[in-house]
Design a protein around this ligand. Structure first.
Ligand SMILES: [Mn+2]
Length: 189
């Protein structure tokens, strides 16, 4: 999900409800609604605020970034098994961003946030654990257009057991460009 988050800032979040089917959807929907209506606050505080309000759900993995298009900063945080990568436009090394383990809405979590600088044109990629690792090492995908990159990553790496989501953030001068591709596991009991 994506929403404005204060002046010149955009919040981008990927949510993966625990398990699959209705219970996973409930957790995902609850978190999305919380984040859509939340006041602007520091990212870790937002995650903790949601955490307390999600205890009746099964819980979710979450990864988020706040992009400030004036300061050219990205603040990121997350809990659980969602991968986030940063690819600089200048061809520098793709880096994987670490998230703390745990489940939002379950037991206790200690999200951390980090701030990095980005350059216009840098790209960020999120993927859920419905994909096998490897997106970072398949360097030719980083040269594709964002929408093609998202599509190919799902085609090539979705494990076809769990829901898979790839979201590519293309930064630029103002509001970032978002490309998203999903593979949904068939519902079962
Ligand atoms: Mn999953």
């Amino acid at each position: 999900m994506i929403r404005p988050y204060g002046d010149h800032r955009t919040l981008i979040m990927v949510i993966d409800g625990l398990g699959h089917g209705q219970k996973a959807k409930e957790a995902t929907d609850t978190l999305r609604e919380l984040v859509e209506t939340a006041q602007v606050m520091p990212l870790t505080q937002l995650l903790l605020w949601c955490h307390e309000r999600m205890r009746r759900t099964r819980g979710a993995a979450v990864a988020a970034l706040v992009l400030d298009s004036i300061r050219k900063t990205v603040t990121y945080s997350g809990v659980g098994n969602i991968s986030l990568y940063h690819a600089p436009i200048d061809g520098g090394q793709v880096s994987a961003k670490r998230m703390v383990s745990g489940i939002l809405g379950y037991r206790s979590v200690q999200p951390q946030e980090r701030v990095i600088l980005y350059g216009e044109g840098d790209r960020f990629l999120f993927h859920t654990d419905g994909l096998n690792g490897g997106v970072s090492v398949i360097s030719r995908l980083w040269h594709e257009l964002p929408i093609r990159m998202a599509r190919k990553a799902v085609e090539q790496f979705a494990n076809r057991v769990d829901d898979a989501l790839v979201l590519v953030v293309q930064t630029g001068n103002g509001v970032p460009d978002i490309s998203e591709e999903m593979w949904k596991a068939p519902l079962e009991e």
